[in-house]
Design a protein around this ligand. Structure first.
Ligand code: G3I
Length: 339
């Protein structure tokens, strides 16, 4: 049968996977082959984060990312970058959080941000066609912009976000620049969505070079819950996407997986439930022609970050089943739903 990238290609959509560093991901020839067969884009799940690339002051380590991208290039997959900044102190390396910013903290923070973004984007150059410049700048429950070790010294979050995108544009002039966040269609994300809209509006008014919004798409049991409550689950989501696209932004699905929480214990029923959730979400989201990329956050159940999360693992005593392929790399109903 046809592969994901073949089917998506007919819609003008690219298909990608987030490649991990481990034994079961980049270290597994079968998993690499599956990725190359189904996808035409690769993103590093962790290897291009600040923590991986810039683990000590002034020290950069591109080995792991270069290895993954070299393989991708050889296989004919395009490369995207994730993520120049991840806006929460716990996702910066410890050394940044504990850094002595000295007598002129603003200057020193600007120097660090500039050094990081400049060094990383120039290292990869035009090899990377699209960058997540900034991830998760909004505090979901409050809708406030997050403050971090850098924002507090750079005159607030907005100034630091603006600076990050300008640095990326200046040093990776041909790359698509993405703001990446996890707001979804669920009612609990009302403030999150509103805040992302406001941020995108403000950045547009400032002339900040943002090309696209990354919809992470860690899909929850949204449609089931709303349907149970007698509500139309995707009304607010459509409004949100309408407003984002009306401002001229492109969209990418940047970290796709489907939660298998609150589904029956029986494997077949569970897999069918996951597939149905995907279909509900994708029918709406992929109806926007502005979506250019569809990136899976791991393609097989056993490599998904969800497998090891306390909140999601072993419901009904069963390991999570949140990806389009199972632990043995066999296709699941989720893959059919995606096709
Ligand atoms: O590689 C080390 C290993 O050497 C060490 O022994 C082990 C002990 O904890 O940790 C390993 O690193 C872990 C890494 O995943 C690789 O498995 C980190 O602790 C762990 O924090 C890291 O988790 C990643 C997480 O981001 C935090 O960086 C997940 O793989 C990754 O899927 C997840 O991805 C994020 C996106 O970047 C942003 N959006 C949300 C998404 C899910 O949380």
């Amino acid at each position: 049968g046809p592969t994901l990238k073949e089917v998506a290609g007919k819609k003008g959509l690219r298909v990608g996977n987030a490649m991990g560093n481990g034994r079961t991901t980049f270290g597994d020839p079968a998993y690499r082959a599956l990725t190359a067969r189904e996808c035409n884009v690769i993103v590093c799940e962790n290897a291009t984060k600040w923590q991986s690339l810039h683990p000590q002051p002034g020290v950069f380590d591109f080995k792991q990312a270069d290895a993954i991208f070299a393989w991708a290039r050889k296989e004919g997959l395009k490369r995207r970058g994730h993520t120049l900044v991840w806006q929460e102190d716990r996702w910066f390396p410890r050394w940044v959080v504990e850094h002595d910013f000295g007598a002129q903290p603003g200057r020193e923070a600007e120097r660090l941000l500039t050094e990081h973004i400049t060094t990383v984007t120039r290292h990869f150059g035009d090899d990377i066609y699209s960058w997540d410049v900034m991830s998760e700048a909004v505090d979901s429950p409050t809708g406030e912009l997050r403050e971090s070790v850098l924002t507090r010294r750079l005159g607030g979050a907005l100034a630091q976000i603006d600076m990050s995108f300008r640095l990326a544009r200046a040093n990776a002039p041909h790359a698509q620049l993405v703001y990446n966040d996890y707001m979804g269609p669920e009612r609990g994300a009302v403030k999150h969505r509103a805040s992302v809209l406001k941020l995108l509006e403000t950045l547009k008014a400032k002339g900040t070079p943002v090309d696209a919004l990354g919809l992470q798409s860690h899909v929850g049991p949204w449609s089931d819950l709303e349907a149970k409550a007698g509500r139309s689950p995707f009304l607010e989501w459509r409004k949100f996407l309408d407003e984002v696209t009306a401002m001229g932004y492109q969209l990418i699905i940047s970290e796709f997986d489907i939660s298998d929480r609150a589904l029956p214990g029986d494997v077949a029923a569970r897999d069918a439930g996951v597939a149905a959730r995907a279909k509900d979400y994708l029918d709406v989201t992929l109806s926007y022609r502005q979506v250019t990329d569809f990136i899976m956050w791991g393609m097989a159940d056993h490599v998904s970050f969800l497998r090891n999360q306390k909140t999601t693992m072993r419901e009904h005593g069963m390991p999570t089943r949140t990806a389009p392929f199972d632990d043995d790399l066999r296709p699941k109903p989720l893959r059919d739903a995606m096709l």
